[in-house]
Design a protein around this ligand. Structure first.
Ligand code: KG4
Ligand code: ZN
Length: 364
């Protein structure tokens, strides 16, 4: 049995969790900074860092308290050290280093993007990814920072087969909400307003080429682009006399149709890629995976011969359970020397090339 304390501060959520054997969440706490960033319509990195600093000790204590364990019971500390906002990441990383030194507990750095994929399997009775018949597995990661398709083989090797050439899907929701003065973050308000509208009322453009202005080629086929649909929304509003003139039912129909265009592109591209790569199973995760129309369409229209795994809503947006869960596999696979290097970890902003998913594919 191994207990891991996870710490997450890559963006605007301060989170900590205690997870047993990569699977069972014993305690979890998340402090959201949404109210602090809302006036700016987006996350301000330095402000995020200051907020993390204020919240992190309290959040960590709350997660430990909920678990009924003590810091002395912890076998390893896992901390997100990238990709993310550097000032924000540094708060979690340095706090984790301090704990690691004080209590002499090994420290493991976790890739936030891969943790989102792992979050799909957290808190389930079994860890289904140990089943070889699920591979190749294709994961759609849709968050505020990323929109990507990751193909995972049964030996754990992985590669990105599609990414965004401009905005992430979450940004397309956030920026639309900003344009329409609906507040931040955009995803939840867009979903709420869209539920009252007719998604077939307007046809917003779908980008299926994968690269702006060029013909589809194999290499770009599964890339995403959401800047065009955003511009189209802007012109739609201008035609109506400006964003403030789009209101009531007209606003709901506009939002529902805009959301529909994004969901359509995400599902169509994912299922095309799944067929192309002969995927045996599909994963949907990341903050945008909270979106109900996306979840419903993904589950209802995925190719029937493929198993679908959709992350629970509470593990879609940023949380530390996914971080602690994924780190358990690194702990299982680690040599003693690997674990002594935790204090040398650095924060990084951009997603490195994906070559492996560090899941422990053998039964624990
Ligand atoms: O995974 P996440 O919490 O943070 C990143 O790693 O980026 O994702 C945040 C993103 C935001 O863009 C937010 O608008 C979006 O997830 N989001 C949603 C919904 N809830 C959150 N997008 C669409 N529908 C939702 N219900
Ligand atoms: Zn995230």
């Amino acid at each position: 049995m191994a207990l891991i304390l996870g710490i997450e501060t890559s963006c605007d959520e301060t989170a900590a969790a205690i997870v047993e054997n990569g699977q069972t969440v014993l305690g979890s706490a998340v402090a959201s900074q949404i109210a602090r960033h809302a006036p700016y319509g987006g996350v301000i990195p330095e402000l995020a860092a200051r907020e993390h600093l204020t919240a992190i000790e309290h959040v960590t204590k709350a997660a430990i308290r909920e678990s009924g364990k003590s810091i002395k019971d912890i076998d390893a500390i896992a901390v997100t050290n990238g990709p993310g906002l550097i000032p924000a990441l540094l708060v979690g990383l340095n706090f984790a280093k301090g704990l690691s030194m004080s209590y002499d507990i090994p420290l493991i750095g976790v890739n936030h993007f891969l943790a989102h994929i792992y979050g799909t399997f957290i808190d389930s009775a079994t860890l289904p990814f140990e089943d070889e018949s699920l591979y190749p597995m294709l994961a759609l990661v849709v968050s505020g920072g990323h929109t990507a398709l990751v193909l995972i083989s049964k030996d754990g090797s992985a590669r990105m087969v599609g990414g965004t050439v401009d905005d992430a899907a979450g940004e397309a929701f956030d920026k639309a909400a900003k344009l329409l003065n609906l507040g931040y973050p955009g995803g939840p308000v867009i979903e709420k307003a869209g539920a009252k509208g007719n998604a077939a009322k307007y046809h917003f453009p779908r980008s299926f080429t994968g690269t702006t202005g060029k013909a589809v080629d194999v290499q770009n086929r599964f890339n995403f682009s959401f800047s065009g649909v955003k511009t189209s929304l802007l012109y739609h509003c201008k035609k109506a006399g400006g964003p403030d003139e789009v209101k009531d039912q007209e606003l709901y129909d506009t939002i529902a149709s805009y959301q529909e265009a994004i969901v359509d592109v995400l599902c169509t591209k994912t299922f095309d890629a799944a067929k192309h790569f002969n995927a045996a199973s599909l994963v949907l995760c990341g903050g945008v995976a909270c979106n109900s129309p996306l979840r419903q369409r993904f589950e209802a229209t995925a190719p029937q011969n493929m198993r679908t795994f959709v992350a629970q809503k509470k593990y879609c947006t940023d949380n530390a359970s996914m971080v602690a869960g994924l780190a358990w596999h690194s702990l299982e696979n680690a040599e003693k020397e690997d674990l002594s290097k935790g204090l040398l970890l650095d924060a990084y902003a951009r997603l490195p090339e994906i070559t492996r998913i560090p899941f422990n594919f053998k039964k624990a």
